[in-house]
Design a protein around this ligand. Structure first.
Ligand code: FAD
Length: 426
């Protein structure tokens, strides 16, 4: 007799709510991970740092499990089919996992839940990847918040120490079995990349003066914990406890993360539609050649090009530059925000549907609590303010002088055009 713990966006053995609950069930815990073929088949590029990252994390967790005489059960395919196999192999007394709030994940879990229920097996889910989920934070009339500042105030007012206390997982209760090696990346149809997984750290040096330095891309003074939060190699509770102690501004970024997660949960239509429907009547130019120049960092605007090249080379882009590049695409080039969103989704290591969609809609003006449409970032003014000595530009776009001669559009004309087209639609 065993219970299953299903790892998804919570790839860690410590401070993991669902895993702890599986352990206290009293049955030996068989930890599993499913490489979901529905997700992997959609990835066009087969050299994907994120898949490699997951692979390395699983390998590291598996080594730890081996020291406890246990092992990870890993399979590739559709989750339902894999559960059918597992249930035929083991006497399963219950399945445990942490909740995921993306629309596809909710559908997947409903399917598994009903399959298990028919067989008398309980599917137990827990809140782990956020401090507050679903309708934990709502207005006094019980409707969801769609504006960040009051949401964040309520979030802080409801926060109590038990919300961010870490949970202890005892390794004694894992199912004892022969160690299994994890399936090679190549077997999954993927190749190795240059990414190297290291256990994420909360760095005091970065977080303590985050508020003063976070806006200057050349300083690279943000935590780079996005990927760790995305795949749960760090627990949000440990981040919040640290933020409360050392930097409230950094805490506000973690609250933005939850704000967009609850928006996606309550308004799943944002995956395809503008949060503000009027914005879906904007007539985008959607010029394919211009889009390609933007993607490859050849617009002639040095800061935009530096950002896109940092993204293409490393899978990361500084937040300030994400805003500049995204605004340039939507406003200067009048290309649908969904194109940019999809490109970022392909490239960002920390890609997260809720955060990416929420931020793209914010930049385009069509999101909840978005930047007003007439706020058009001027790439040159942004450079003077945030990269005055051009060191970020020189790092990522050393040949910027070559392209600066032939900018894709003139700022003033593009600005006027954007204002005209937006105004027409609204
Ligand atoms: P830090 O600055 O150290 O912040 C810590 C964590 O807080 C981040 O890792 C992230 O989990 C969260 N966070 C910070 N800012 C935001 C924000 N504005 N919205 C939501 N969460 C936030 N963030 C993603 O995690 N995934 C995305 O796919 C994503 N796409 C974006 C697209 C655009 C167009 C823009 C403007 C922003 C996007 N962001 C996204 C938000 C932000 O840029 C990144 O979270 C941040 O740059 C990641 O760097 P970091 O890990 O060093 O974060």
């Amino acid at each position: 007799k065993v219970v299953i713990f299903w790892f998804r966006r919570d790839l860690r053995l410590e401070d993991n709510v669902g895993l702890q609950q599986a352990v206290v069930s009293g049955y030996p815990v068989l930890p599993i991970f499913i490489f979901d073929s529905d997700i992997l088949e959609k990835l066009e590029v087969k050299q994907d740092r994120r898949v490699d990252y997951i692979y390395q994390v699983l390998d590291a967790m598996n080594s730890v499990l081996h020291t406890h005489g246990s092992t990870l059960y890993i399979d590739y395919g559709k989750p339902l089919a894999i559960f059918k196999t597992i249930i035929a192999l083991y006497d399963v007394q219950g399945v445990y996992c942490n909740r995921d709030y993306e629309p596809q994940a909710i559908k997947r879990d409903e399917l598994i839940d009903s399959y298990l229920k028919d067989r008398g097996i309980q599917f137990n889910t827990y809140k782990d990847q956020v401090i507050f989920e679903k309708s934990d934070i709502v207005k006094d009339d019980s409707t969801p918040y769609t504006v960040y500042t009051p949401y964040s105030k309520k979030w802080k007012s409801l926060l109590a120490p038990q919300n961010y206390a870490s949970v202890v997982v005892s390794a004694e209760h894992f199912y004892k079995t022969n160690p299994l090696k994890i399936t090679d990346l190549e077997v999954l149809g993927f190749q190795k990349t240059d990414i190297i997984f290291e256990k994420p750290n909360l760095e005091l040096e970065i977080i303590s003066d985050y508020d003063k330095k976070r806006d200057f891309p050349a300083l690279d003074h943000t935590t780079h914990l996005g990927i760790a939060l995305r795949f749960g190699t760090i627990s949000i509770r440990s981040c919040v406890a640290f933020a409360l102690k050392y930097n409230e501004i950094w805490l506000s970024e973690l609250i933005w993360r939850e704000f967009f997660m609850q928006i996606l949960y309550h308004y799943p239509r944002v995956v395809t539609d503008s949060f503000k429907p009027k914005y879906d009547s904007i007539i985008w130019r959607n010029n394919e050649a211009e889009f390609q120049l933007w993607c490859s960092g050849k617009t002639g605007y040095p800061i935009v090009d530096a950002g896109m090249r940092q993204l293409n080379e490393t899978g990361f882009m500084h937040n300030r530059v994400r805003m500049i590049t995204a605004s340039f695409l939507c406003k200067h080039l009048l290309i649908d925000w969904r194109w940019g969103e999809a490109y970022f989704a392909q490239k960002l290591l920390d890609y997260d549907l809720a955060a990416n969609n929420g931020n793209w809609q914010w930049v385009a003006g069509c999101g909840c609590d978005a930047a007003p449409y007439f706020r058009i970032f001027n790439p040159t003014a942004q450079t003077l303010k945030f990269d005055a000595d051009l060191s970020y530009i020189k790092t990522w776009n050393p040949d910027y002088e070559k392209y600066i001669q032939i900018p894709i559009v003139s700022h003033e004309e593009a600005r006027e055009r954007a204002l005209r087209v937006y105004k027409q639609a609204l």
